[in-house]
Design a protein. Structure first.
Length: 285
């Protein structure tokens, strides 16, 4: 007699990752091992309260993991895992599209216009130098940078690291292309090496990119900052930190962006070179 298989804890955890709660995971795994079963049988097998088992099975049916048979007593049939995954993918795609449609509709509504007027009214009461704050985590930083690029009207100046150029192209290439198409002057400074030369080639589509390299007593900064018109964002952590610990500082201070960091960028630009005329090796660590 063959040994009955039981889902491992690792597998149950994976089911949690795709959206099944504890009771759903237990009952679906148990039902897979039986093919067809009643709510009472599954309740006994999994220690899920019988009163909850019916709701759990109905939820699994709505998600596409279970089919309900028209029988007495009512029975449930498990959907093969690959089919169930495709079912939930379709649902998520539809839900996402519905949300996007709602957001697009809301964006063009009078309600957003009213909220924009409230925002403009509030900004008028605040000195630009007071518009500053910290950003925590790569997701929030990239989100804020994206907003800055979308609002750009005149110039975008970015100084970044070897890996930072890869991140910039991966996360913001489309927005920077749009900015360039709208007449925004985009300049990027970064060490261009074998590890990011592909990103350099892609970045040339929307920016003038210059290579930074230490020469003699001239030391290049090992950090990231971006100046977008009057806004400035500066990384406060090294590239090696975990994405959740990545920290940046943002400000709309004219003094910081125009009078302090823009001259620094222009000085670095003056010391940079064309990567296509000079094929630099990876900088020594």
């Amino acid at each position: 007699m063959s040994k009955k298989m039981v889902a491992s804890q690792e597998t149950l955890d994976k089911l949690e990752d795709i959206g099944l709660n504890m009771y759903e995971r237990k009952i679906y795994a148990a039902l897979l091992g039986r093919g067809v079963s009643t709510a009472g049988e599954l309740s006994e097998m999994t220690n899920v309260p019988r009163s909850r088992a019916y709701d759990v099975l109905e939820s699994l049916a709505e998600k596409g993991f279970v089919v309900i048979k028209s029988s007495k007593p009512m029975e449930y049939v498990s959907i093969p895992p690959n089919e169930a995954i495709e079912n939930i993918k379709k649902q998520h795609k539809q839900e996402l599209q519905d949300k996007l449609n709602k957001l697009e509709g809301f964006k063009s509504s009078e309600a957003v216009q009213e909220l924009e007027e409230l925002y403009d009214q509030g900004v008028e009461l605040v000195e630009p130098s007071e518009m500053s704050g910290s950003l925590k985590g790569s997701h929030q930083i990239n989100q804020h940078m994206g907003t800055m690029f979308q609002k750009a009207e005149s110039a975008i100046k970015i100084a970044t690291t070897e890996e930072g150029l890869n991140d910039l192209v991966e996360n913001h290439a489309d927005l920077l292309k749009e900015a360039k198409a709208d007449g925004v002057n985009v300049q990027i400074l970064a060490p261009v090496t074998d590890s990011n030369r592909s990103s350099f080639s892609n970045a040339k589509e929307f920016a003038e990119v210059r290579h930074l390299q230490e020469t003699g007593e001239f030391k290049i900064p090992n950090g990231r900052f971006a100046i977008v018109d009057d806004d400035m964002t500066m990384s406060m952590t090294h590239d090696e930190v975990h994405s959740t610990q990545d920290t940046a500082f943002w400000t709309r201070s004219d003094h910081m962006s125009k009078e302090t960091m823009e001259p620094v960028f222009d000085m670095l630009w003056h010391h940079s070179e064309d990567p296509e005329n000079n094929k630099p090796e990876r900088p020594e660590k």
